[in-house]
Design a protein around this ligand. Structure first.
Ligand SMILES: O=C[C@H](O)COP(=O)(O)O
Length: 317
């Protein structure tokens, strides 16, 4: 892994808009690539069967941000998504999803559709997915989504700034976005597939948490690689260290490319082994996924009936 020449983040005493700004210490440990990949893969080999599998799959549903982020999204599609998040299956023992995740323009539709339920409305904002707008436009995007009723905001970090070592700028933008969120929870998308190294993922996680992130999230789902077990493990370790140092529990959201029940169970094992049972709740762990739900439902029906049902049995995600 690349090791940064100067790992201490923005130097104290940076002058911004005529005043001197002192940043927190952004230094973060170097990640051992081989070890993190081996550990992440090893934790995926656990065999989870029977009641433990059923419990894990139901938990995964209750932690899901059921997502649609397509240019062709419409009020009708979002209403359908909300119905599915509210009641994923006719079986009464299957929980609702944690949230739906939509573009700002569709927040009001989603909010109406889930009103009176526990399902939250999350909105991507800050010129998702590239983030390449001015800060003023990005903050306006956030404020508008919150005014429309978003309970949670999924922002993207400035990857260009992160890659060129402008850590103070990354921090400032997250802190400003947190302020613009008001009562809404902030999830900070690192877009790990563009950060290039685990060391940078680890540092970006630290910067996001220091700047006030309620959750850190791997990816937009718009580029490959998106969420992977090793990159998630790196972020979980950063969350663990932050909690130990500050007492603050930050949540984790792997997102993008998570499509199977088997993958979901693997992520749950990573969380349990790194952060413990305290994080096995939708307040501290979410899956961002557009198509995972049907596979999880199919596996749950298989556990109940002993046979796979055809995909036609489930409404399309
Ligand atoms: O935040 C969630 C992602 O955009 C969903 O990605 P996915 O379509 O690969 O599941």
């Amino acid at each position: 892994m690349a090791i940064f020449g100067n790992d201490s983040g923005a130097a104290p005493g940076v002058v911004r808009q005529g005043r001197e700004v002192t940043y927190p210490d952004f230094s973060s440990p170097t990640v051992d690539k081989v070890m993190v990949e081996e550990r992440a893969a090893g934790l995926g080999k656990r065999s989870i069967k029977g009641p433990a599998k059923v419990a894990g799959l139901k938990l995964a549903i209750s932690m899901m941000d059921l997502t649609t982020l397509e240019g062709k999204d419409s009020p009708g599609k979002v209403e359908q998504l909300c119905q599915k998040a509210l009641r994923p299956h006719e079986r009464a023992d299957i929980p609702s999803c944690a949230a739906v995740c939509v573009y700002p323009k569709l927040v009001a539709v989603a909010k109406r559709a889930v009103s009176g339920s526990t399902v939250k409305v999350a909105s991507v904002a800050t010129a998702f997915p590239s983030g390449l707008s001015t800060l003023a436009v990005k903050l306006a995007d956030v404020r508008q989504a919150v005014e429309l009723g978003a309970d949670e905001i999924d922002m993207v970090i400035d990857r260009g700034a992160m890659l060129s070592g402008e850590y103070g700028a990354v921090y400032d933008e997250i802190a400003a976005t947190k302020q613009a969120c008001g009562r809404a929870h902030l999830k900070v998308i690192l877009e790990t597939g563009e950060l290039g190294t685990y060391d940078r993922v680890r540092k970006a996680s630290r910067i996001a948490m220091l700047a006030g992130a309620d959750f850190i999230k791997t990816s937009t789902g718009k580029i490959t690689p998106a969420a992977t077990p090793p990159v998630t493990l790196v972020m979980l370790e950063a969350i663990r260290d932050h909690a130990q140092a500050t007492g603050r529990r930050v949540g984790m959201k792997p997102a993008g490319g998570i499509r199977t029940a088997k993958q979901a169970l693997h992520y749950l094992v990573l969380v349990k082994e790194t952060l413990g049972d305290a994080w096995l709740t939708s307040d501290l762990f979410r899956f961002g996924a557009s198509t995972l739900l049907n596979d999880v439902l199919m596996q749950l029906e298989k556990e109940r009936t002993g046979a796979y049902q055809s995909g036609d049995h489930f409404s399309k995600d």
